[in-house]
Design a binder for this molecule. Sequence first.
Ligand SMILES: CC(C)(COP(=O)(O)OP(=O)(O)OC[C@H]1O[C@@H](n2cnc3c(N)ncnc32)[C@H](O)[C@@H]1OP(=O)(O)O)[C@@H](O)C(=O)NCCC(=O)NCCS
Length: 129
Amino acid sequence: MIVHGQVFRPEQLNGFITEDWSGVITYIIQNDSCEIISLNSLKENRGIGTALIHKVANEARKQNCRRLFLVTTNDNLHALGFYQRRGFELTAIRHGAVDEARKIKTGIPLIGMNGIPLRDEIELEILHP
Ligand SMILES: CC(C)(COP(=O)(O)OP(=O)(O)OC[C@H]1O[C@@H](n2cnc3c(N)ncnc32)[C@H](O)[C@@H]1OP(=O)(O)O)[C@@H](O)C(=O)NCCC(=O)NCCS
């Protein structure tokens, strides 16, 4: 994954996985910030995504993080709603960041979810998680 210009390999990151492997979340903690790098639920609308966010938020609290944040993309309307309903606030739009990432990872499609051109990164955060 390429996020804010950095390359991440989720399989090398810390994370949590459900017992049946239907949900997985990965994160990194640096200084006083915790960043969710990936979140995937294969069995949606059963509380898995929410539970995994809570696991990472607990970990962030334990490690005295001031901030829990993540980056999603402009086409992911579902994720934008999902995170905001869970207390995340929009903090930045990086216009064209996905276009930049596509120069390195050429497989990133031009059209993303919901038929929306996939172009920008949107950052969301919770302070004092
Ligand atoms: C975004 C994503 C992680 C959400 O995962 P999920 O497991 O569906 O999340 P939850 O089940 O906790 O919540 C989803 C909805 O189901 C509802 N729900 C939870 N448990 C439920 C239950 N037992 N019965 C009915 N609905 C339920 C929640 O209220 C929530 O709705 P809301 O957002 O309107 O409040 C998932 O859709 C996904 O993997 N998407 C593709 C990858 C992606 O976009 N990842 C994020 C990119 S940064």
